[in-house]
Ligand binder design. Structure first.
Ligand SMILES: *[C@@H]1O[C@H](CO)[C@@H](O)[C@H](O)[C@H]1NC(C)=O
Ligand SMILES: [Zn+2]
Length: 545
C-alpha cells in the first residue's frame, strides 16, 4: 500500500520506495515498514506488491482522500506535520511552499497513511512456522533473515560478512579505520510465537540511520568505524543458552557451549556446520573482538514493559540491566491422608510455602521496611533497590499433588532482579532467614538453592548522556515541540548489551511498546515511535561525524 501510494503520488512513475531519491534527512520508508516482520527487501516488497495491486477500494480511496485533506490542513496552518524533519523551511515563501508541499506529499502520505490506519501488508514475516513468528538460532528462517539484513546493509553502503557464530556484520571504516569502532546491534532471533519488534527494531533503526547518512554522502566521513551487528542468538530458545552470538563477539562464550545440544540431540556445532560455518574452538576465538579496537556498544530495543506508555514518552535511556538470581525453595513435611490427620498434628509444607511467598512479596514491595534497621545493610542505597526490585514466584510443584493428600513436599521458584547487586544479596539473605524461621515454626524443613546468578550491568554515563540528547532531539524533531526530560529506566530483561558489557562500555535506548506487551504477537510499536528510534540513532551517529 505504501508503495502504491508513492506510486500514485509520483503521478505514474513507477518507483519502489528505495529507488525514490533519498534526499535530506528522509528515512527510507519501506525499510522501516519491514521491521514489522515483513523481512522482504524493500525493492521486492514494493514491486511485487505493485504488480499484484488490485484496483483501489472505495474504502482505501476515501482514506487516501481524507488523509490528503488532513495534510493540506496541517500544511496550511503550518502545523507541525510529521514530515517537518525533512528540514524544509518553517515558513516557506508561497512558491517554495507549493514545491515543498509537492516534495513532501509522497512521504507525508506514506507516513500518515500508515500512522492513521496502521496498514498491514499481506506479506508474511520470515518465520519457521506457518501462521506465527518463530526464528531460532540458525533455523532456515533465521538464515534467510540474516541474508536479507546483509543485503540491506550492503544497500546502506556497508561492507558485510557473517562470522563463525552466524552473526551478520556491516561496517563502514570512516575517516580513520584504526580508530576504535562504534558497534550498534541487536538480535535477529525470536522466541516462539514472537512479536515482530523484539530485536529487529534495533537492527533496522541502525540500518535506516546509516542509510540516511549514506544517501547524504556523509557515511564515509564518520570519525570512527561504525559497525552494525545482527546477533544470531539472544533468546536462547533452541539451546537454552542465551547470547550465543553476542557472547562470542564479547569473548565470553566458553568453547564448551559448542557442544550444548537441543532437544533432538543436535549440537550448536552441528547447526553451525550445517550452515557451512566452519566453527572450531580456534575459529570461535576469531569471532571475539579486541577490547581496544572497540569504542562502545549501543542497542535500541523495545521496552517490553509498560512504563514508557504510562509516561507518554516514546524513548527512554536505559540506566542499566538488572542483575538476577534464581532460587529454588523446597519445603518438606510429612505426607498424609487429607481426611484422617487432625489439623494440630500436621506437618504440612503447603502453608509454609504460601507464607514464604507472601513474605517475599512484602519484602520486595517495601524492602526498606525489612532492611533499613539492619546494620548489615547500611551500605545499600535503599532507594535504588526499592525502585528496581522485582520478585516473582512463577512455578510451584507439589508432591504427590492430589486433592485428598497432605503434600509431602512443595517446591517453588523465585526470580529476583534488581539493578543493585548488594541489595539483591541483602534481600536473599533476609528472605532466607525468615523462610527458615517460618519452616521452624511449622515444623517442616526448608532448603534454598541458588540456581542462577548474574550481576547487574550499568550503562556507561557518557554514552547514556549522548543517547539521551539524541533521543531528545529525535522526539523534538519529529513532533516539533519542546519535550519533557527523557525518562531513565532500568531494564529488567536481559539484552545483548549484557554480554557486550564484558567487551566495552554499553548504552541503550528503550522504545515505547503498546501495553508493555512483548514475546507475543500482540507486541506493537507505533509507526511514529519506530521513526523516532531511527532518528535517535541518526542523531547519535551525527555526533560521531
Ligand atoms: C586514528 O586512530 C588512531 C587510534 O585511535 C589514532 O592513534 C590516530 O591518531 C588516528 N589518526 C587520525 C589521523 O586521526
Ligand atoms: Zn530482545
Amino acid at each position: 500500500m505504501l508503495a502504491w501510494l508513492i506510486f500514485v503520488a509520483e503521478e505514474g512513475n513507477l518507483h519502489s520506495c528505495t529507488e525514490l531519491p533519498l534526499q535530506r534527512n528522509h528515512l527510507p520508508i519501506c525499510q522501516f515498514n519491514d521491521v514489522r516482520g515483513r523481512w522482504d527487501p524493500p525493492t521486492h516488497t514494493s514491486t511485487s506488491h505493485l504488480t499484484s495491486t488490485k484496483a483501489i477500494t472505495i474504502h482505501e480511496g476515501l482514506a487516501w482522500l481524507l488523509c490528503s485533506l488532513w495534510l493540506l490542513v496541517l500544511e496550511a496552518v503550518h502545523c507541525h506535520c510529521h514530515c517537518q524533519w525533512l528540514s524544509l523551511p518553517e515558513v516557506p515563501s508561497p512558491s517554495l511552499y507549493f514545491t515543498s508541499l509537492l516534495f513532501r506529499l509522497p512521504f507525508c502520505f506514506a507516513l500518515s497513511f500508515s500512522l492513521l490506519f496502521q496498514l498491514q501488508l499481506s506479506l508474511p514475516p520470515v518465520s519457521d512456522a506457518d501462521g506465527y513468528l518463530e526464528r531460532t538460532f540458525l533455523s532456515p528462517a533465521s538464515v534467510k533473515a540474516g541474508n536479507l539484513i546483509r543485503q540491506w546493509m550492503e544497500e546502506a553502503g556497508l561492507r558485510t560478512w557473517i562470522d563463525y557464530m552466524g552473526n551478520v556484520h556491516g561496517r563502514v571504516e570512516g575517516r580513520n579505520e584504526s580508530a576504535e569502532a562504534l558497534l550498534i546491534g541487536s538480535h535477529l532471533d525470536t522466541v516462539v510465537d514472537a512479536g515482530i519488534f523484539d530485536g529487529s527494531l534495533g537492527i533496522i533503526s541502525a540500518l535506516a540511520a546509516l542509510k540516511v547518512l549514506n544517501s547524504n554522502g556523509k557515511l564515509q566521513a564518520v570519525r570512527r568505524p561504525i559497525e552494525v551487528i545482527a546477533f544470531s542468538d539472544e533468546e536462547g530458545v533452541r539451546f537454552q543458552s542465551t547470547f550465543l552470538g553476542s557472547a562470542a563477539v564479547a569473548g565470553i562464550l566458553p568453547a564448551s557451549a559448542l557442544h550444548i545440544s537441543d532437544k533432538s540431540g543436535v549440537t550448536v556445532e552441528d547447526v553451525l556446520k550445517d550452515s557451512s560455518l566452519d566453527i572450531t574452538e580456534e575459529n570461535l576465538l576469531k569471532v571475539k573482538y579486541e577490547p581496544r579496537s572497540v569504542w562502545g556498544y549501543v542497542e535500541v530495543h523495545i521496552e517490553q514493559g509498560p512504563v514508557l506508555e504510562h509516561t507518554g514518552f516514546p524513548l527512554a535511556v536505559v540506566k542499566g540491566i538488572a542483575g538476577q538470581t534464581r532460587l529454588k525453595v523446597t519445603v518438606r513435611g510429612s505426607q498424609g491422608h487429607a481426611g484422617t490427620v487432625p489439623m494440630s498434628m500436621r506437618q504440612d509444607p503447603m502453608p509454609a510455602a504460601a507464607e514464604g511467598i507472601v513474605l517475599l512479596e512484602s519484602l520486595c514491595k517495601c524492602p526498606e521496611e525489612f532492611l533499613s534497621y539492619d546494620g548489615h545493610c547500611k551500605s545499600i542505597s535503599l532507594k535504588s533497590l526499592s525502585s528496581s526490585l522485582v520478585c516473582t514466584v512463577g512455578e510451584i510443584t507439589t508432591w504427590p499433588s492430589a486433592s485428598n493428600v497432605i503434600p509431602g513436599q512443595v517446591t517453588f521458584t523465585i526470580d529476583l532482579r534488581t539493578i543493585d547487586d548488594m541489595g539483591r544479596e541483602a534481600v536473599i539473605y533476609e528472605f532466607s532467614n525468615r523462610m527458615h524461621q517460618i519452616c521452624d515454626q511449622r515444623s517442616v524443613s526448608c532448603t534454598i538453592e541458588r540456581k542462577h546468578d548474574a550481576n547487574a550491568v550499568l550503562c556507561d554515563t557518557e554514552l547514556s548522556m549522548r543517547l539521551k540528547s539524541a533521543a531528545y532531539s529525535a522526539v523534538t524533531r519529529l513532533t516539533g515541540e519542546i519535550q519533557d526530560e527523557v525518562p531513565v529506566l532500568m531494564s529488567g530483561a536481559g539484552h545483548d548489551a549484557m554480554a557486550m558489557s564484558h567487551l566495552t562500555k554499553v548504552g541503550m535506548l528503550f522504545v515505547r511498546c503498546r501495553g508493555g506487551v512483548s514475546h507475543s504477537p500482540e507486541e506493537n510499536v507505533l509507526d511514529e515511535d519506530v521513526w523516532t528510534s531511527g532518528l535517535a540513532v541518526l542523531s547519535f551517529i551525527e555526533t560521531q561525524l
